[in-house]
Design a protein around this ligand. Sequence first.
Ligand SMILES: C[S@@+](CC[C@H](N)C(=O)[O-])C[C@H]1O[C@@H](n2cnc3c(N)ncnc32)[C@H](O)[C@@H]1O
Length: 298
Amino acid sequence: MAELKDNKRKLYRKEKAETRKAFKQARFEDDQQISATPSGDESGSNSFSTTTEVDLPRKRFYRQRAHSNPFSDHSLEYPRSPDAMDWTKLYPAYYNEESKDVQSRVEIADIGCGYGGLLINLAAEFPQILCLGMEIRVQVTQYVEDRIIALRNKYKDEPKKNFQNISVLRGNAMKFLPNFFYKGQLSKMFFCFPDPHFKQRKHKARIITNTLLSEYAYVLREGGVVYTITDVEDLHLWMVKHLEEHPMFERLSKDWEKQDKCVQLMWNSTEEGQKVSRNKGNKWVACFKRLPTPEDCE
Ligand SMILES: C[S@@+](CC[C@H](N)C(=O)[O-])C[C@H]1O[C@@H](n2cnc3c(N)ncnc32)[C@H](O)[C@@H]1O
């Protein structure tokens, strides 16, 4: 029985992998039609077209154990510098034939995006802005990729909500952020329900530390915002303490939080946040503004 289930899962994921591979080659042609050819098949005989129906992926086929060690070498791929990053496969609709590159830069990052609930909501909230989820777990990243492919396919005729402005990347945000983003490139960074790493000796694996905050300050522009939310009070206090102690960040007020749309979004739309709501748990929010770089540090 277990073997049968495993085979079903493997078959399902193999099919999805083929679709993913094909749609990664997707380009918007002049007539705004997607044409996608599986790699290695330049003839197009086996091509996917806009008429290909793509189902939303089923989460149960992508489950992976909850924690991934952020210090291990996951044989991750990352560019030598932001100049070397090829964004065209992530945002094919933004491809510019002349520059052979995407015409905008990512501005919003959801760090440890999990199953992508926030990203999906950001797509419609910021239709003109490129948003990126970064996720360390392979299968979870693949789930988000497949979810975005299916949504792009389903809403391809919607000008304002076609999910072309969101994408996901497998990566370790604790290691390589400055390899992906230029100085001051981002306007918002989300840290939603990050892994709590409860034990004292594991605190160094938390995604907010003094050293990492300096990297986040580097990729964030002046006035950019770090959003944090968690259901673990101890982690909330830890994040607030580190952010308050860091010279490049200043906490935003509760009044600011109340009027900010993204706070509402991260409260309601992530899978982890929804689970906390279902279990009637508490949520703690803290948002911090990136301060101007002092002149002597420029
Ligand atoms: C508790 S989950 C929260 C997911 C999502 N933000 C949500 O609210 O539903 C934390 C996520 O962060 C990811 N993660 C942990 N460390 C990471 C790292 N260094 N870089 C990227 N993702 C990471 C985990 O794999 C996991 O999916």
